[in-house]
Ligand binder design. Sequence first.
Ligand code: GLN
Length: 494
Amino acid sequence: MSRGSPDLCDLSASELGARLAAGEITCAELAESSLRRIEAVEPRLGAFLTRTPELARERAVELDAYLAAGGPRTSASGIPTALKDVLTTRGVRTTCGSRILADYVPPYDATAWARLSGAGAVLVGKTNCDEFAMGSSNEHSAFGPVRNPWDLERVPGGSSGGSAAAVAAGEAVWALGTDTGGSVRQPAALCGIVGLKPTYGRVSRYGLIAFASSLDTVGCFTRSVRDAALLLRAIAGHDARDATSLDAPVEHPGRDLEAGVAGMRIGLVAGALEEGVEPGVREAVRTALDRLAALGAELEEVALPHAEHALSAYYLIAPSEASSNLARYDGVRYGVRAAGEHTDVAEMMARTRGRGFGPEVKRRVILGTYALSAGYYEAYYGQAQRVRTLIIRDYEAAFERVDVLVSPTSPTTAFRLGERLDDPLAMYLSDIFTIPANLAGVPAVSVPCGFADGLPVGLQITGPPLAEARILRAASALEADLGLDLRPPLLASL
Ligand code: GLN
């Protein structure tokens, strides 16, 4: 590695698993490595809202004893893990990046975390994010921005910016985030790591504090494609506590990682390398496509004719669902209640919401409430749902012709802090390539495919429902072929 010398926390979960199995390292040493890294870089990054060093140490010691006594090791055993702060953790504060939940300590674990923790993962902390996962830069967090480990003056992307930055900088070996319109893939692209959004329903949403329930998914941040497969496998599967969770068998999403792309039909989304995409991003993506072709993939262009309306449909559907989901934050049962005088309960609720929510959340609640109001419902929400159906059909038609679709993950590399804060539309455009997959519920992964001006670029690979193994197979072939050095410059200074 060219920058700094790697520590245990810089290795992949699969390498660490092999070392743990061989008895070369302990879970306690691994946890210390991650905690030391957090101490070293966190003052500059701000990736965590809550750190859990004591819990991590305790859990690691417990795991070492369990493994020493012959307890079975899993691929998650001892792996330092970070969780986006919209996933509930029993006994550990969960804020959603919002003042309104600043002191909320959930009495239950999200299913994804319960499974991972049950498999032996070690929680090192809860990560910063845009308030209620609404944003693309992490700047809408009520608790300050996160910085990109590739350039501290730039955003890590969002809304799961803290999880992405933490994994890129080795504070955690892997992390969970959530992806409603791109919030795993876009920050993964901007931070130079792998970001996987599974098929809608593949991972339980129980304990994922809802933003837009028909779009929300739990996703994986890792530094290798293999780790993404391992992490997904640990959290996937049916859950009776989420009515939209899929009751389909979980085959190992990593089963085809070595299979290569020879003969694979890859469709470049028509128009995806045209206007609005930075030249450096275009170039990195073109080079990656050339590599895939050299590896034997068959490339062609495929149109998603209705995808141009995806952003408009999303910004009606997501705010509509958000306005309903966020109605529960009224200061009555949990979360913050606005202090001061109020003459009745309605005024108390109005004050609580007025003070508890930030400007972006308010914008969405107002938009959504308007879109759902009598007289406008058909024209806005109804129409958006029809567009959504057309986009689902576009994907169905595309996957008759090709095995996977590719495009840039984000039209730009990491932008400067503050650059898009006053221009919501510019911010929304960050997700132009990622939103269609959420509307259709299909799986997609962002894999690092090169650099533009020293900043990482991600390639998005999308597949039909439940084809996680297929998109990871293509991502793995590209990853192996490119062999990129993805250690961010921040680590050189350690
Ligand atoms: N950036 C998009 C939004 O602001 C997507 C967010 C997400 O996926 N959670 O809604």
